[in-house]
Ligand binder design. Structure first.
Ligand SMILES: [Zn+2]
Length: 347
């Protein structure tokens, strides 16, 4: 449905392999003489709690991580760091963008924590502007955040995404308001507060500080910053992912994966293990998770990571005990839209 998206996605994949040679653009808005101006936006505040699935609401976590991020980022040369707010106050998204404009921001990083309605999703994701240079800058910077979370903290990488609202423009207010002012802004969803895989990452100050350091490191890598201290981190030679400027708006995938085919390779009725070959396809966004059901889709296993970048994978699952004689799979794409497989009979 979104040919534009498919084309851009293919380009991005190609770019990952060939980067700076063909496209010297590195997403930087650097002027050697002037310091980089970074605006950190702690999501929510005041009456706006954000996700309140846990006893401590999201706005508390976003502020703590923002302060850790600022502290770490200020260890680098040639950068000025602001927070959109430092008190627990209500601030609408236009005010946040106006603040960024007033300080001449080179980039706005809006910090958030996530939850899902199903409570089944886990991992980190980044939302980026859908058009032009802002898209390229957002994608390149977002990639640095997700690499940090994945490599340093072991979080599942849920990818970089756009979301288009009913008016055909960017859905998220902070991205939209900043785009109107030609400031790149991304929403960083660090992890899911309602999933057992992720929740330990917000339950200690050490972990929140780790998030703040990951955030600052991502920004330092993106802008090629160098630490003040002698022998400290130096990213001046580092080239972040070069993302070509898209010709058209990059739309989110709104349709399910085209198909999921399951083929039973082996089933041991004593050990209750089944080995199944899965084959799936989605031309618009990558496949991300799979799960299985032994009650024809009434309940599902915990989501498992799909074989990244592949259309096939072989899985071995334990179906447990009780009267279970069938096996159903589902696969989900980057936007968490699922397609079910054919039903496998186990007898
Ligand atoms: Zn939020």
């Amino acid at each position: 449905m979104y040919g534009g998206f498919r084309k851009i996605w293919a380009l991005v994949l190609i770019m990952a392999a060939t980067v700076s040679v063909i496209f010297p653009y590195q997403g930087k808005t650097v002027h050697a003489a002037e310091p980089i101006v970074v605006v950190i936006d702690p999501g929510h505040g005041g009456e706006n709690l954000g996700t309140d699935y846990l006893p401590i609401p999201e706005k508390v976590y976003t502020m703590q991580v923002a302060l850790y991020m600022k502290q770490e980022l200020e260890k680098y040369k040639n950068v000025v760091v602001y927070l959109t707010h430092t008190q627990d106050v209500d601030m609408d998204l236009t005010q946040r963008a106006e603040f960024a404009e007033s300080v001449n921001a080179d980039f706005v990083f809006s910090l958030h924590f996530n939850m899902s309605i199903s409570h089944g999703l886990y991992g980190s994701e980044v939302w980026v502007p859908s058009t032009g240079t802002l898209y390229s800058q957002g994608y390149s910077a977002g990639n640095e955040f997700l690499m940090q979370f994945e490599q340093v903290m072991g979080l599942f990488n849920r990818g970089i995404k756009t979301r288009i609202g009913s008016k055909g423009t960017d859905y998220y207010g902070i991205i939209k308001q900043c785009a109107l002012r030609n400031i790149p802004a991304i929403i960083v969803e660090h992890c899911h507060v309602d999933h057992i895989n992720d929740v330990a990452n917000i339950q200690s100050q050490n972990k929140l500080q780790e998030f703040g350091i990951c955030d600052a490191t991502a920004v330092a890598r993106y802008f090629g910053l160098t630490k003040n201290e002698e022998g400290g981190a130096d990213y001046s030679e580092y080239a972040p992912l070069a993302v070509p400027v898209p010709e058209a708006r990059v739309c989110n995938d709104t349709t399910a994966p085209l198909y999921l085919e399951a083929k039973l390779l082996d089933y041991n009725s004593t050990s209750r293990y089944a080995t199944v070959a899965l084959s799936a396809f989605d031309g618009e966004s990558p496949l991300q998770y799979y799960a299985f059901s032994t009650d024809n889709g009434l309940t599902w296993s915990m989501l498992q990571p799909w074989n990244k970048g592949q259309n096939e994978m072989t899985v071995t699952v334990n179906i447990g005990y009780g009267k279970k004689d069938s096996l159903l799979f589902k696969v989900m794409n980057l936007y968490d839209i699922a397609t079910n497989s054919n039903l496998l009979e186990l007898n």
